[in-house]
Design a protein around this ligand. Structure first.
Ligand SMILES: Cc1cc2nc3c(=O)[nH]c(=O)nc-3n(C[C@H](O)[C@H](O)[C@H](O)COP(=O)(O)OP(=O)(O)OC[C@H]3O[C@@H](n4cnc5c(N)ncnc54)[C@H](O)[C@@H]3O)c2cc1C
Length: 414
């Protein structure tokens, strides 16, 4: 595949942009592959990419029932940070954040990583104590964060009202190298690189069954026929429970809708990401000028890609309290995705009861930030049977009570 570069753009400008290759191929499915991955979201595509790049495994199909990146990967609010409390979480999220720093160069695709800084507000004494503790844990883990006071909060985000009537801002956990990236571009960049390695991305192909022989997966039934494989990776986010059911095992997760909304575009007024867990809302400004706003999950299970209306109302109320200047903004659109949430708010990257079947799920409201690290670790798990990055995230932790409690770090949906 031709490389993207300033020179290539100039060359194409002279021939009316007729010389570009398609970014990825749409091949007919083969009868079987060495590895089949169900789900062409960020995590599935990143897994395939690192299987090829790190382990030379390229006889891979990534099977997607819709269009690639059309699940949660193309629906999230793109926050990237690694300021988690527990060591295994900090390790995988920081691996992901550090890979994001150079992902555009690695993929030769501009994913628009913008390390503008992420601020998590402390608006109760309890949050102050919690975030000070996290900042200290982060310094032991090699993750650069700091707890800052209210005046510094005001300095880095002048549009914020730090003297709110209900919950004044008492400080915040600041990660200067956190930020955002363009979500579609992450999926597209990985897809292009996978296709370039000869992998098959099969869009509009739904997996309807998992075939087995004596506890080993032999392949998957799809709307385009049976496809055989030696190893299977299930990476389907909000549909993890459904596909695990096809394979004959159950998962300790709940699937719930999570929603976000954007305003009409306005002039630049906020150059960081702010998350306010107590009042429950978070906001950043996109490159187009829209205010990107995220709220909470519905409190009941569901598979509809819209959220309930009262959540929108609560989120907007919370953010107007924190940023009074947005009170007159018109909201442009809102949407939802289905997230799979575990009891300890940590993901599952694990072997399954079927010997050659692996599952990557449970990222809940915060898996966009983890895509490169998750792909890196899950590819290693699938290729070698173990990975230091995923070791603590096995399914057996729920049976053995080894929870990785991130309910504070994941307190606001992000
Ligand atoms: C509104 C919202 C805001 C969010 N904000 C953030 C944020 O700011 N920061 C952050 O880190 N995370 C955020 N998240 C979470 C993040 O989006 C997800 O954790 C992440 O995108 C999950 O990626 P994935 O690749 O696992 O899943 P997906 O992108 O959902 O991919 C799974 C794919 O599997 C496919 N699939 C399902 N069933 C089948 C089948 N039977 N056959 C074939 N294909 C199938 C689906 O069509 C889908 O494309 C947010 C999520 C939402 C919904």
């Amino acid at each position: 595949m031709k490389r993207y570069s300033a020179f290539a753009i100039a060359r194409e400008a002279f021939r009316q942009h007729k010389g570009w290759d398609r970014a990825w191929a749409s091949p007919e499915p083969k009868k079987d592959y060495e590895v089949v991955i169900i789900g062409a979201g960020g995590h599935g595509l990143a897994t395939a990419y690192y299987l090829g790049k790190n382990f030379g495994i390229t006889n891979v199909a990534i099977i997607e029932k819709g269009w690639l990146g059309g699940g949660n990967t193309g629906r999230n609010t793109t926050i990237i940070r690694s300021n988690y409390l527990q060591d295994p979480s900090a390790a995988i999220y920081e691996k992901a954040r550090s890979l994001y720093e150079t992902l555009s160069q690695d993929l030769n695709y501009n994913i628009m990583f913008s390390p503008r800084g992420v601020l998590m507000l402390a608006q109760t004494e309890h949050e102050v104590r919690g975030y000070k503790r996290t900042a200290q844990a982060n310094s032991l883990q090699g993750v650069t964060t700091e707890f800052i006071g209210p005046q510094q909060v005001k300095k880095i985000c002048p549009i914020m009202n730090i003297d709110g009537p209900r919950y004044p801002v008492l400080g915040g956990l600041w990660q200067a190298r956190g930020g955002t990236a363009r979500h579609d571009a992450v999926a597209w960049g990985y897809a292009r690189a996978c296709s370039d390695m000869g992998m098959h991305i099969l869009q509009k192909t739904e997996v309807t069954g998992v075939t087995q022989d004596g506890g080993t997966v032999t392949g998957v039934d799809t709307t385009r026929g049976h496809i055989g494989c030696k190893k299977l990776g299930i990476v389907v986010a909000g549909h993890s429970g459904v596909v695990a059911d096809m394979a004959g095992f159950r998962l300790p997760i709940e699937s719930v809708p999570l929603q976000a909304l954007v305003s009409e575009p306005i002039k630049p007024c906020m150059d960081i990401v702010v998350m306010a867990n107590t009042v429950h809302g978070y906001m950043s400004q996109s490159d187009k000028g829209e205010m990107v706003i995220g709220g909470g999950t519905d409190s009941f299970n569901g598979y509809h890609q819209r959220g309930s209306f009262h959540h929108l109302e609560e989120t907007v109320r919370a953010l107007i309290e924190t940023f009074p200047m947005i009170a007159r903004l018109k909201m442009l659109r809102h949407w939802g995705g289905i997230v799979d949430v575990t009891g300890d708010r940590s993901p599952i990257l694990s072997k399954t009861p079927l010997g050659n079947c692996f599952i990557n799920s449970g990222w809940g409201t915060g898996g966009f930030k983890a895509i490169p690290g998750s792909g890196w670790g899950f590819a290693e798990l699938m290729a070698k049977g173990h990975s230091p990055l995923t070791a603590e995230f096995g399914l057996d932790r729920f049976r053995e009570g080894r929870f990785i409690d991130e309910s504070v770090a994941a307190g606001v949906a992000h």
